[in-house]
Design a protein around this ligand. Structure first.
Ligand code: ADQ
Length: 454
């Protein structure tokens, strides 16, 4: 394989701890090929000074970033990426704001990225582009004459064609996607949606197992379910911070059975539905009174997008109502914490909980589900309650699978999780761990890059 060039909205130094899953996954390939990682610097600058390229060495890897002007950032990032693509790709047409000005900014920034990246490219580079912010990047590079192999991975779901069709620029977006040589999704469901779009909307044909012909090009589309770095996460679990968190939780909640939810504060994660299901649990199964405690941690994100402020208020009201209706002087049913837990403490929090509630309304994959399983003690593991609408549910069939829209059904399953006998918990955990190990994040990167180079 030639040099690896990674392009994503944000760039991380793969040598730094806590650089994130993508950095961990790509570190080997970037370092061994003396690779390049290109993206937005995270800085928003005054009009006129945007677009400046900065490069920096991180060992054998080059990090190249550009700043964005306020107008570009607002239209590309807040407007089109997070105000149109994120909601629609999560099946939420009701939350999409199709402001015509934003598409111009989205195109402008993708073109800017292509113009800044092209002079840094070498003929035998292999280019791997990540996520919905950068769908048209290959088309822009191809228009400039770049013939390198280009792959794209979508980290969020791809909805059915009838939902995609609501985006005024859906034809252009999907044609842009077909300018890659390989398009990767988390699940077979996403690939099926892609295939149906190509065949029924774009007039294309399927020409092989995973090959499609449309707009005069052949593109391959396959599922590559992302995993976690199991060894790294378990090593974190043995560290002092995680052990300290585990001990503290066990002491504080010695009389209780803990349930945990860990999410970004995002409407795709099904947080209000989860709190309502927990409320039903307390109503239908009163034996959980003064026993079950749900710790819900939600890290604020994209607070300048309007739908997120509404969600925050809704969640605060709901948690207040559950605690007001069911709480006792010495028992608070829901502890809602609006911040991120330091990564080194996460495995300790997961390990202290008998049940994890991972119940998104839609999720590309959901890595919290995998982290929870990896953090469990195999001799006495907790139970994962997982939404059928998380990509993770396609492979994690030994979790208890729920429909997050069905509060009563979910309450029943949570009760089953709280009462599950040790032997069943062990068997389910062992099978889930085998899946986690077989398809970890290193496997994911190797599989995608092998397919792209083939
Ligand atoms: P996200 O929507 O961010 O990712 P997820 O896969 O759950 O969702 O990853 C979140 C990561 O952030 C996990 O490592 C988790 O531990 C951490 N995290 C979340 N909330 C936290 C909190 N409150 N405190 C501390 N840490 C927290 C997108 C897609 C997913 C897809 C990933 C990877 O939406 O579907 O799985 O990309 O492709």
């Amino acid at each position: 394989m030639g040099r690896l060039v990674v392009v994503s909205n944000r760039v991380a130094d793969p040598r730094k701890p806590g650089a994130g899953g993508l950095a961990v996954a790509l570190a080997d390939a970037l370092q061994s090929s003396g690779g390049l990682w290109f993206g937005w610097s995270g800085k928003v600058v005054d009009e006129g000074s945007g677009g400046q390229l900065r490069t920096q060495r991180a060992g054998p890897v080059t990090l190249a970033t550009v700043d964005l002007s306020r107008a570009d950032h607002d239209a590309y990032y807040l407007g089109y990426s997070n105000g149109v693509l994120w909601p629609v790709f999560h099946y939420r047409l009701d939350l999409a704001d199709f402001d015509a000005g934003d598409i111009d900014g989205y195109r402008r920034v993708n073109r800017l990225f292509a113009h800044k990246l092209q002079p840094l490219l070498q003929p035998d580079d292999v280019i791997w582009v990540h996520d919905y912010h950068l769908i048209p990047l290959a088309a822009e590079l191809r228009a400039m004459g770049c013939t390198q192999r280009m792959g794209f991975f979508l980290h969020i779901p791809l909805p059915p064609r009838t939902i995609l069709a609501a985006i005024p620029q859906n034809g252009w977006l999907m044609r842009s996607l077909m300018m890659y040589d390989l398009v990767g999704f988390h699940t077979q469901t996403d690939v099926d949606h892609f295939a149906a779009y190509v065949i029924k909307e774009a007039g294309g044909t399927q020409v092989g197992d995973d090959e499609f012909h449309a707009h005069g090009r052949v593109v391959r589309a396959r599922p590559f379910p992302i995993g976690i770095d199991v060894d790294e996460f378990q090593a974190l679990g043995r560290g002092p911070e995680a052990r300290d968190t585990f001990r503290t939780m066990k002491e504080q909640y010695a009389q209780r059975q803990l349930l945990v939810g860990v999410d970004r504060l995002d409407y795709s994660k099904g947080l209000p539905q989860r709190i309502r299901a927990f409320q039903r649990l307390l109503q239908h199964y009163p034996e959980n009174h003064k026993v079950a405690t749900l710790i819900q941690v939600a890290a604020p994100s994209r607070e300048d997008v309007e739908a997120y402020a509404d969600l925050r208020h809704q969640l605060e009201t709901l948690c207040g109502a559950v605690n007001g209706d069911h709480g006792e002087l010495d028992w608070m049913p829901v502890r809602y914490i609006r911040r991120a837990v330091p990564r080194k403490r996460l495995p300790g929090l997961y390990a202290s909980a008998s049940v994890a509630l991972v119940t998104p309304l839609r999720d590309g994959m959901n890595l919290v589900a995998k982290e929870y399983v990896a953090a469990q003690d195999p001799a006495n593991p907790g139970v994962l309650v997982l939404s059928r609408f998380a990509g993770a549910a396609e492979a994690m069939t030994d979790a208890l699978i729920v429909n997050p829209y069905d509060a009563d059904g979910m309450a029943e399953v949570i009760q089953q999780a709280l009462r599950m006998p040790l032997e069943e918990r062990r068997v389910r955990h062992e099978r889930l761990m085998a899946g986690l190990r077989a398809q970890d994040v290193h496997w994911w990167a190797r599989e995608f890059l092998a397919a792209l180079s083939a």
